[in-house]
Ligand binder design. Structure first.
Ligand SMILES: C[S@@+](CC[C@H](N)C(=O)[O-])C[C@H]1O[C@@H](n2cnc3c(N)ncnc32)[C@H](O)[C@@H]1O
Length: 250
């Protein structure tokens, strides 16, 4: 397998790359259906001198492990990955049967190329690649078809972008009632106010304990990337238009 991948990478002149392996396994206790995967290996090509979107970040294996844990929900679902970069989580969703649209900053086309390369190496052919810059309401964003899940790993790293991300997600969740935003990010300091922003844009985040999906160790999906970083996993949804205040529905 690794050899085949190596041959594919040799075909085109590109910056020096290595392949990072991520491995996912079903828990021994889980009941398998005949056609269900018991394990999945994903190879992610990464540039050595990497820009943000050309190598995999510490939250990506955590989000990917969460997707793997919920793999039975993936077949025939429509998924959008924001700030995808090397796109580990989106590739796992696609390998588990989802149709995935990979997106990244319109001003950094090389990042979307990283997503393309990851798909190519892992045999993901049923995928779309879309330039989506957070906070921009372009024709491509507005034209997106039905979405069941939106996902992002390590996109909350520069506080100046937080509201743009939240606004984009709010727009997509409004357009897709019932859709969920799965978001893994690394806590970096006291200046973070994601919860406050979520409230302002009428969304709520539910913390998913890492232990509940076997992501509470320094190594996740056979990768040491999470290490000792403090990583949080949130499921974000739109708040109901009806809110309980002092016992009455307003
Ligand atoms: C820290 S990297 C994370 C990449 C990948 N999700 C991961 O976890 O490995 C942040 C990603 O967000 C993208 N990004 C940065 N600013 C952006 C913006 N304003 N709009 C859309 N994407 C952006 C970068 O190009 C990069 O791919």
């Amino acid at each position: 397998m690794a050899e085949d991948v190596g041959k594919k990478l040799d075909n085109a002149p590109r910056p020096p790359q290595h392949l990072n392996l991520f491995a996912f396994k079903a828990e021994p206790s889980s009941h398998h259906h005949g056609d269900e995967r018991a394990a999945l290996e994903v190879f992610i090509p990464e540039c050595v001198d990497a820009a943000h979107g050309a190598h995999t970040w510490p939250s990506a294996p955590v989000l990917a492990q969460y997707v793997w844990q919920r793999r039975r929900e993936m077949p025939n679902k429509s998924v959008l990955e924001l700030g995808a970069g090397t796109a580990l989580a989106g590739v796992v969703a696609a390998k588990c049967g989802a149709h995935v649209a990979f997106s990244d900053d319109a001003h950094a086309p090389a990042c979307l190329d990283s997503s393309r390369r990851s798909c190519e190496v892992n045999g993901v052919t049923d995928a779309e690649f879309i330039a989506i810059t957070w906070g921009r309401f372009t024709r491509d964003l507005v034209a997106l078809q039905r979405l069941d899940f939106i996902m992002a790993s390590d996109c909350f790293y520069d506080a100046r972008d937080y509201e743009d991300i939240v606004v984009t997600v709010s727009f997509l969740l409004d357009k897709n009632p019932g859709a969920k935003f799965w978001c893994a990010y690394q806590e970096r300091g006291a200046d973070e106010s994601i919860e406050e922003l979520l409230q302002r844009w009428e969304m709520k985040g539910t913390e998913i304990p890492l232990a509940s999906f076997h992501a509470d160790s320094t190594s996740v999906a056979a990768s040491h990337l999470p290490g000792r970083h403090t990583i949080r996993m949130l499921e974000i949804t739109k708040m109901s238009p009806y809110t309980f205040v002092a016992g009455c529905v307003c």
